[in-house]
Design a protein around this ligand. Structure first.
Ligand SMILES: NC(=O)c1ccc[n+]([C@@H]2O[C@H](COP(=O)([O-])OP(=O)(O)OC[C@H]3O[C@@H](n4cnc5c(N)ncnc54)[C@H](O)[C@@H]3O)[C@@H](O)[C@H]2O)c1
Ligand SMILES: [Zn+2]
Ligand SMILES: [Zn+2]
Length: 397
């Protein structure tokens, strides 16, 4: 089959690789129809995620048609069903899974891989498709076919009449934006500030309104992304034009936002002194993440407010404003999204027309051009909001 493989920093290629096989009774194989490139994929593209090996297949946002089912069967799936697959892999049986903490699954990261995250994070993290050997070394879905483990837990059947593009983002960015807003514990009248107007930020903005925020303030520097945020009703700040914390204080009567969402993560842009120092240290491998936004959200958040961090971080940081965090009594919630917990509810909102997730798509490409898709998404963020890759381009065109 054809698949997008990683070979090093800014080197991804569509190659012919072996087809996936059923390995466990609960596995299914799906023929991918649509798959998307995520900001999290850019962290791999930029070589910030350790434990990638040349030839690893990328991609964790995908959907398709069931073509093979393992001997254990699969609850209610049959050959030919259309499914959308959550990006994180979860067994459904362990304590984290049974309490809805799917991204904390104890079983989906195989023992021979789990050591890596146990050393880095103190505990083994769950498996994720196409996201390094630290998260299980699973082949990803930017491919013609993909093996999906625990198929009775993750994949969700797509109801008749919905297009791929209407449901594809239930695999990650819609639940991620939703959980980011939920972690803000929004109360009527609240102001929520969202750093980063990429796909995750866009869904966080819309989710915050759907969860009752009175005002959402969106921060980025790409005019088109800010315009898309404004279309959802957000007030926008270009961090090149204003001092973000001061502007937020002015817009909230001197209190600061009730909640602050970091939808940027480890690759913050900008030339603030802390960010420049982080970047220089990361360049010579003295540090890992650029945590400017994490510092800024804590400094900007009102006393007693909530900080929500969907943005991905991977290593260790310094210059962390621990005093502001403690003295202001801030609650911080974060994590890889518990996607499985939200898919059915959010599908319902798509069906009811409360949100049309296709708003975020700016580009569609054949899988064969996936490498160009990565380059565009990385280099032209103003024009490129979200790239969807199609395996059967003729059909899609
Ligand atoms: N928690 C999860 O489960 C989960 C799931 C998906 C994505 N993510 C993470 O969410 C983050 C965003 O993903 P995305 O797909 O939207 O990525 P993206 O790269 O498209 O968007 C990031 C945006 O942040 C903006 N930005 C950079 N520096 C900024 C700053 N200093 N202030 C304000 N904005 C700034 C960029 O201009 C860009 O528009 C990434 O870290 C990604 O890994 C997490
Ligand atoms: Zn993603
Ligand atoms: Zn589990």
């Amino acid at each position: 089959m054809r698949a997008l493989t990683w070979h090093g920093k800014h080197d991804v290629r569509v190659e012919t690789v072996d087809d996936p096989k059923i390995l466990r009774p609960r596995d299914i194989i799906i023929k991918v129809t649509s798959t998307a490139i995520c900001g999290s994929d850019l962290h791999i593209y930029d070589s910030f995620i350790p434990s990638m090996l040349p030839g690893d297949i990328l991609g964790h946002e995908f959907m398709g048609e069931v073509v093979e089912i393992g001997s254990g069967g699969s609850k209610d799936l049959k050959i030919g069903d259309r499914v959308v697959v959550p990006f994180n892999i979860a067994c459904g049986n362990c304590r984290p899974c049974t309490t809805g903490q799917f991204s904390g699954c104890d079983n989906s990261n195989p023992a021979d891989k789990a050591d890596l995250s146990e050393v880095a994070y103190g505990h083994a993290v769950s498996g994720i498709f196409g996201y390094s050997h630290m998260t299980g070394g699973y082949a990803g879905g930017q491919a013609e076919y993909v093996r999906v483990p625990y198929s009775d837990v993750g994949p969700m059947k797509v109801p008749e009449g919905l297009s791929d593009e209407q449901v594809l983002f239930l695999s990650d960015i819609f639940p991620t934006g939703w959980m980011a807003a939920e972690n803000c514990m929004i109360e009527a009248g609240d102001t929520v500030a969202v750093w980063g107007c990429g796909p995750v930020g866009q869904f966080a903005i819309r989710s915050a309104f759907l969860q009752g925020a009175a005002k959402v303030i969106a921060i980025d520097h790409h005019a088109n992304r800010l315009a898309l945020a404004a279309q959802a009703g957000a007030e926008v700040l270009n961090y090149h034009d204003v001092k973000v914390r001061e502007a937020l204080m002015e817009m909230t009567g001197g209190r600061g936002p009730d909640s602050c969402i970091d939808a940027v993560g480890m690759e913050s842009h900008g030339f603030s002194p802390d960010n420049v120092i982080d970047a220089a240290k990361a360049a010579v491998r003295l540090a890992t993440d650029r945590t400017h936004v994490l510092r800024e959200v804590i400094m900007a958040c009102r006393k007693g407010g909530h900080v929500s961090v969907p943005g991905v971080y991977g290593g260790i940081t310094d210059k962390f404003p621990v005093g502001a965090f403690m003295e202001k009594g801030i609650t911080m919630k974060t994590g890889q999204t518990h996607t499985q917990k939200y898919m059915t509810k959010l599908l319902g909102m798509v069906v009811e027309g409360k949100i049309d997730p296709t708003f975020v798509i700016s580009h569609r490409l054949p899988l064969e051009q996936a490498a160009e898709g990565y380059k565009m998404f990385k280099d032209q963020q103003d024009e490129v909001t979200k790239v969807v890759l199609k395996t059967d381009w003729k059909e899609a065109a």
